[in-house]
Structures are given as structure tokens and as C-alpha cells.
Design a protein around this ligand. Structure first.
Ligand code: ZN
Length: 259
């Protein structure tokens, strides 16, 4: 340590100052080291690239929007570095062949960094589950012959199922309840019966030949309530049967016993 006297003087002053305020210096230096703010930006970047942890590569993917392709780089390597997928880079930059990239080309790095290793998450749609029935049902006809199922139809949707049967075939109450309607239903339904089973559950029987129960009457499960017809807008003899829970039609087949 033999420098010019002036420098030695400065060093001595510095050391004196250091001795006096040792604690302050220690805190300051360790803070510097912790945050790396004393190191040059280049060295930080170098460190980051040498050890690309998942989080740092994701961070850089968010920070960097563009990347200039250097000699020897591959799209795969670039994708890995930024924590995005090769396909995503290809798609955004319209690169057909991943091997066909030019040195010096500026490419866009997608912002949303998907981890390369993890598979793309599948968006799980909330599955529609039929509301639980508080009522146990039986089929409204003995011989079950479904001519039209519940759900989408070419002309709108079908709120129930159609059970084909001969004219005059007995229709049975699907569950015990109170008849809340017996008469001619809204357009197309013809002669119709509605039974309320509990606060939220009703069943509908339409296109009947005859209704055998009157409004406000209580019926048992399996009790004969009407006869199959083709009243209203019906192409053939059948009973149009609906179950509604909380006013919404549900697929009766999901509630009726398996055949
Ligand atoms: Zn129908």
C-alpha cells in the first residue's frame, strides 16, 4: 500500500470514518449486497441468464417485449429463456417453420408467459347439474316408448319427453301431489294436467284424450289421472310429460327410474 501521500490521506480519513460509523457502514453495505444495487446492470443480467430459474424467466418475459435473434440461438432456446411456448412465439410472429429464423430479426415475445414445462390449463366449465329431486317418480305410462327426448330440437327446444302410446292408454301420476290444473293448456298442449308435488316440483301431462282428475284433487303416485290422446298440436298419440323444478323444466329421464 504505497500510493501518493494524498491518496493515503484520503484512505486514512475514510477508515477513520468507517471505524466511527462501523454499524452504519455494515448496514449500508449489506443492504447493497442484498439488493444487488451496487453491481452493474450487466452483471445482474448475466447472473440471471446463467441461472434461469422459473420465476426469473417469467419476470423477463413480462419485462421484455422484443428479442433480437442472435447467432446460434434457436426459437426453442428463446422460448425457454422467456418461459413461453415456441408455438406461441411462432403464432404471434407468424413464423411457419421454427428452424427458419434469421439472425438479427426482432421478434415479439408474448407477454403472458406460460411455463414451458407445465401443460396448458384446461378451462373447466362449471358443469350443469340437474337440481336434486325431492320427489320420487314413476313413469306416467306402463309401456315406455320415447318418441321424442328432452332438449334441443330443430325448432326450438323440447321441455319434456314424448311417450308414444295407443289412444286411451292410462296416464298415471308420476308422484303423489295436488292437481293444480286440469283443462285445456296453452297453445299446442291440448288437454293437460299439472300436479304439484312439493313447493318446487311439478309435473305436466299434455295432449290427453281425457282428463280424469279435477283441480285441487290430491292424487297418489301411480294413480290413473287421464288417457293418452293427441289433443292440441300433436302428430301422433302420445303423452308429453314434463318435470319442472323451481319452475325450470328438467330432463325427466334423469329423474325417472331406469328402464
Ligand atoms: Zn312433447
Amino acid at each position: 500500500m504505497s500510493g501518493p501521500p494524498r491518496q493515503n490521506e484520503q484512505l486514512r480519513k475514510f477508515l477513520n470514518l468507517f471505524r466511527k460509523n462501523r454499524l452504519v457502514f455494515i448496514v449500508a453495505i449489506s443492504t447493497c449486497l442484498l439488493y444487488g444495487s451496487c453491481a452493474s446492470k450487466d452483471s445482474i443480467r448475466k447472473r440471471r441468464y446463467e441461472r434461469p430459474s422459473a420465476s426469473s424467466s417469467q419476470q423477463s418475459a413480462v419485462r421484455h417485449k422484443y428479442h433480437v435473434i442472435k447467432k446460434g440461438e434457436t426459437l426453442y432456446g428463446i422460448a425457454k429463456k422467456y418461459g413461453v411456448s415456441v408455438k406461441e412465439i411462432q403464432r404471434i410472429n407468424r413464423i411457419k417453420d421454427a428452424r427458419d429464423i434469421d439472425v438479427g430479426r426482432k421478434i415479439y415475445i408474448p407477454r403472458r408467459s406460460k411455463s414451458v414445462s407445465s401443460r396448458p390449463k384446461r378451462v373447466v366449465k362449471p358443469k350443469y347439474t340437474s337440481p336434486k329431486a325431492s320427489v320420487r317418480f314413476v313413469w306416467p305410462v306402463k309401456r315406455v316408448d320415447i318418441s321424442s327426448r328432452y332438449g334441443a330440437r330443430t325448432n326450438g327446444r323440447h321441455d319434456g319427453i314424448d311417450l308414444r302410446a295407443r289412444k286411451g292408454t292410462p296416464i298415471y301420476a308420476a308422484a303423489r301431489g295436488k292437481v293444480i290444473f286440469s283443462g285445456t293448456g296453452p297453445t299446442g298442449y291440448g288437454k293437460m294436467i299439472i300436479i304439484k308435488h312439493d313447493k318446487r316440483t311439478i309435473t305436466i301431462y299434455a295432449h290427453n284424450q281425457r282428463n280424469l282428475v279435477k283441480k285441487n284433487r290430491f292424487v297418489k303416485r301411480g294413480q290413473k289421472i287421464g288417457e293418452v290422446g293427441r289433443s292440441g298440436r300433436a302428430t301422433g298419440y302420445h303423452v308429453h310429460f314434463e318435470i319442472r323444478i323451481n319452475r325450470k323444466p328438467v330432463n325427466p329421464e334423469k329423474y325417472l327410474p331406469r328402464r
